[in-house]
Design a protein around this ligand. Structure first.
Ligand code: PMP
Length: 399
């Protein structure tokens, strides 16, 4: 029955982890997957999360959650993104539901739009996190278009190109924006540039869909990383928001996230929520409770919250430290080219600017595993491996 089924291609990101595992070289370095690692190269369970988890475990509850998840989780998540005194929160304009981490939240949001939003065009930055290209059409938002985002010559934002493409896009399009720490480029708009993007979004009556997978993880400051979301919300924009707790709480495998639809008023938001339930029920019925219960404890308990913020800053600081170090090591190794983008980009990733053949060379000769677009996960580096990587990069460029 299934003999005609062809071998699917490996996932562009998760496939790298598999290749890395297979390598027997002791020097191998995994800079592919976007998960935080300590200086010792180990996964990190945050202390705030550990304590919250103990509290959850000591009071077991394995009942089903409601279709929309833990109500406190939803309220706290919306507050974390929009801020306590946001008019969205005060006026209950948000329909917020728990979903399966960032990916699942994007998917529920996309399916909701396919059913209830008349424009089937979604504008994605070029490049973007590869799953965006799949999630929208699979959910029924068929017309996927790219807008210019990364400028290879400056290794920064192609702001003019971006605005030009947005102005040419169909009115009312869904505009996907990375809230902070753009993946894969590490390039974010400046405050002024965000204002410019907001102006075009208003002019063109776009529906912004923020993907927030790194709040607090980019700058180490939760408020600062929510600047763009809050700027758009304060202008009274209706929008969607997908939040993930994978990176900022290190809850990757627990699949904890939230989808928010911001509507004009509370009555509309309530009807939207009833429709989100109709999307979720036949998809996964109701979300898992363990990870979300941990998030509630961390966000609700002032002591755990303060500890979390401190630990979050610690992760962001270590990553920034690796940026500085890699930059210095690249100069030491005499790697041809200008490398200031390594320290200017933010978040978990750096877009090195290495070409596909250079990446292939680095993997074959130096056992450095990374995506073919030249993206490296800064969190996978430490003091020692920065030098090794810099030497490898210098060699790959000269080869
Ligand atoms: N969006 C972006 C831009 C991401 O980088 C990620 C994580 N790689 C996600 C969404 C969602 O990840 P998750 O489903 O694990 O929360």
């Amino acid at each position: 029955l299934f003999s005609h089924v062809e071998q699917g291609p490996p996932d562009p990101i998760l496939g790298i982890a598999e290749a890395y595992k297979k390598s027997t070289n002791p020097k191998k370095l995994n800079l592919g997957v976007g998960a935080y690692r300590t200086e010792e190269g180990k996964p990190l369970v945050l202390e705030a999360v550990r304590r919250a988890e103990q509290a959850v475990v000591s009071n077991p509850d394995h009942e089903y959650l409601p279709i929309t998840g833990i109500p406190e989780f939803n309220a706290l998540s919306a507050r974390l993104a929009f801020g306590e005194d946001s008019s969205v929160i005060r006026e209950n304009c948000n329909a917020t539901v728990q979903a399966l981490s960032g990916t699942g939240s994007l998917r529920v949001g996309a399916e909701f739009l396919a059913r209830h939003y008349p424009v089937r065009t979604v504008l994605l930055p070029s490049p973007t996190w590869p799953s965006h290209n799949k999630i929208f059409p699979l959910a029924g938002v068929a017309d996927v278009r790219a807008y210019r985002y990364f400028k290879p010559s400056s290794r920064g934002l192609d702001y003019e190109g971006m605005l030009e493409d947005l102005r040419k896009a169909p009115e009312g399009s869904i505009l996907l924006l990375h809230a902070c720490a753009h993946n894969p480029t590490g390039v974010d708009p400046s405050l002024d540039q965000w204002r410019g993007i907001l102006e075009v979004a208003k002019e063109k009556k776009f529906l912004p869909f923020f993907d927030s997978a790194y709040q607090g993880f980019a700058s180490g400051d939760l408020e600062r990383d929510a600047t763009a979301i809050r700027m758009f919300a304060d202008e009274g924009m209706e929008m969607l928001l997908a939040q993930s707790y994978a990176k900022n709480m290190g809850l990757y495998g627990e699949r904890v996230g939230a989808l928010t639809v911001v509507a004009r008023d509370a009555a509309i938001a309530e009807r939207v929520e009833s429709q989100l339930k109709l999307v979720i029920r036949p998809m996964f019925s109701n979300p898992p409770r363990f990870g979300a219960a941990i998030v509630v404890k961390v966000l609700q308990d002032p002591e755990l919250y303060a500890l979390w913020r401190k630990e979050l800053k610690g992760m962001a600081d270590r990553i920034n430290g690796m940026r500085t170090l890699l930059f210095q090591e690249l100069q030491r190794a005499g790697a041809p080219g200008k490398w200031s983008h390594i320290v200017e980009q933010i978040g978990m990733f750096s877009f090195t600017g290495l070409s596909k053949p250079q990446v292939e060379y680095l993997t074959a000769k130096w056992h450095v595993y990374m995506t073919l677009d030249g993206r490296i996960s800064m969190a996978g580096l430490n003091q020692a491996s920065c030098r090794y990587l810099a030497e490898g990069i210098a060699d790959a460029i000269r080869a």
